[in-house]
Write a protein that binds this ligand. Structure first.
Ligand code: ACO
Length: 436
């Protein structure tokens, strides 16, 4: 049988080293022994943007990007989206197995009883500017929960951690809904414990003067499916932030706020908002070829296309397309869908996109559904953050329990000046200060 080792010859010294290979990976620290002299620091790897570095072991989410496979704890995403509720999947992701009937009932009850926000959180939110971006309000408010629950700092107590996890999952839709209503100038709506997770979210978003909000069951189920699809995605940019900030042992509110900040970026969760802006800019099906030509000439990207991991198709995009059809039966067809379908059709036949393996990702169709349901594009990333909180917290828990982990602290290759002579004020030449 072939040996699971790697033999390296350092041509600077002619020394040979044999390193173990475990699960197709060598340990970067094993390279440190490769030195040109005893004073030499030892060999490092250079991997900006983590293109080829596993930062952890994880048993939460499996992705095979070449075959378009996504599984949570071993269950295919397609099965979970069809058979489960979001809170059932949240339980699976956090605790490793699907709950039985009693466990699920208890879990749902506990999350439901953590949906209320402390009145000072509500007051805090009232002071955001009327036109503040909902994602910025969400990030700031999640961080501010740390002021309400100072005991969350004790991250070494598993029961305390679990309490904060329940609070975060319960309160995320309430904060999201308040940020939405704040931007419209509407009064905040309190949670209704008779409703399920998605229905209650819809209640807090859209209830006006009716005594009891009744959610459309097709839309509530669609929202639940979208939440399931967005719940975790292994070591993406925001999960990496969650683990990195969490590794410094910051409390879970501040850590989740940091992860949500990463999610807000247009290259990550913020892409769904950008897709809608792009479809607006394209305007009609006829303009699609010209827009694609522009993209190929290097003027911007097709938002909602491409993925670091999926190089075949994003399985979530397929489920979202199916969900869109169900939603449109209730809301009527979003005319943007025709532009999106045309964009996808042309792009998938185009050499530029084929060669680079650029396919629609989760964000390409989700915004079209959200808009049909009545959400403004600024809310789209907030809708992503609600379910992704579950994934962040599962990644956080796993990181804390992993004895291989320490505070995340990468190395650098220093490219700056050697030591320089200090110049007093009068001898300094003007600096051409630029933002870069
Ligand atoms: N439109 C046009 N060209 C693209 C696109 C796109 N959406 N995405 C990548 N490319 C091109 C790049 O210009 C590059 O071309 P080159 O080889 O000629 O230089 C090539 O494809 C490879 O792209 P990279 O940027 O190296 O790929 P990377 O893995 O670093 O980026 C990312 C992945 C960030 C998702 C990228 O595809 C992108 O910016 N897409 C648009 C934003 C988006 O939809 N993000 C959401 C991702 S899903 C999520 O985070 C939930």
């Amino acid at each position: 049988m072939a040996q699971e080792t790697l033999t390296i010859t350092d041509n600077r010294t002619q020394q040979t080293y044999t390193l173990p290979i475990d699960k197709g990976t060598v340990r970067a620290m094993d390279l440190r022994q490769i030195k040109t002299s005893p004073e030499d620091f030892g060999l490092m790897t250079y991997d900006p943007a983590f293109m080829n570095t596993a930062s952890c072991r994880s048993n939460i989410t499996f992705i095979d990007g070449d075959r378009g496979i996504l599984r949570y704890r071993g269950y295919p995403i397609e099965v979970l989206a069809e058979q489960c509720t979001f809170l059932e999947v949240a339980y699976l992701i956090l605790f490793g197995d699907l709950p039985n009937e009693v466990e699920l009932k208890t879990w749902v009850k506990e999350i439901t009883h953590h949906t209320m926000l402390h009145e000072s959180t509500k007051k805090f939110m009232e002071h955001f500017r009327y036109d503040a971006h909902p994602m910025a309000m969400l990030v700031s408010t999640v961080a501010a929960l740390s002021t309400i629950y100072p005991e969350a700092r004790d991250i070494h107590d598993p029961d305390n951690r679990l309490l904060q996890i329940k609070r975060l999952i319960g309160k995320m839709p309430s904060i999201a809904a308040m940020s939405y209503r704040h931007s419209l100038g509407f009064p905040y709506v309190y949670p209704d414990n008779d409703l399920n997770y998605s229905e209650n979210f819809m209640n807090m978003l859209w209830k006006m003067v009716e005594p009891k909000y009744v959610a459309n069951s097709v839309l509530a189920r669609a929202l639940d499916i979208l939440f399931i699809l967005h719940a975790d995605h292994e070591q993406n940019c925001s999960a990496n932030v969650m683990r990195s900030v969490g590794s410094a042992q910051a409390d879970p509110y501040l850590t989740t706020a940091a992860a949500a900040g990463a999610l807000s970026g247009p290259l990550h969760g913020g892409a769904n908002e950008e897709v809608l802006k792009m479809l607006d800019e394209i305007g009609s099906k006829e303009n699609v070829p010209a827009y694609i030509k522009r993209t190929k000439e290097g003027h911007g990207k097709l938002m909602g296309f491409g993925h670091r991991i999926y190089k075949n198709y994003d399985p979530r995009a397929t489920i979202i397309k199916w969900t869109a059809e169900q939603v449109f039966k209730v809301t009527g067809r979003n005319p943007k869908l025709d532009i999106a379908l045309e964009l996808e059709r042309i792009a998938l036949e185009d050499d530029y996109f084929i060669k680079r393996k650029l396919y629609p990702n989760v964000d390409f169709y989700s915004g079209i559904i959200y808009q049909a349901m009545g959400f403004k594009p600024e809310m789209f990333t907030v809708l992503f953050a609600i379910p992704r909180t579950v994934g962040w917290l599962a990644q956080w828990q796993e990181m804390l329990a992993d004895t291989d982990q320490k505070i995340a602290r990468p190395r650098q290759i220093y490219t700056g000046h050697e030591v320089r002579e200090f110049l007093p004020m009068g001898k300094r030449a003007p600096v051409a200060a630029t933002a870069g």
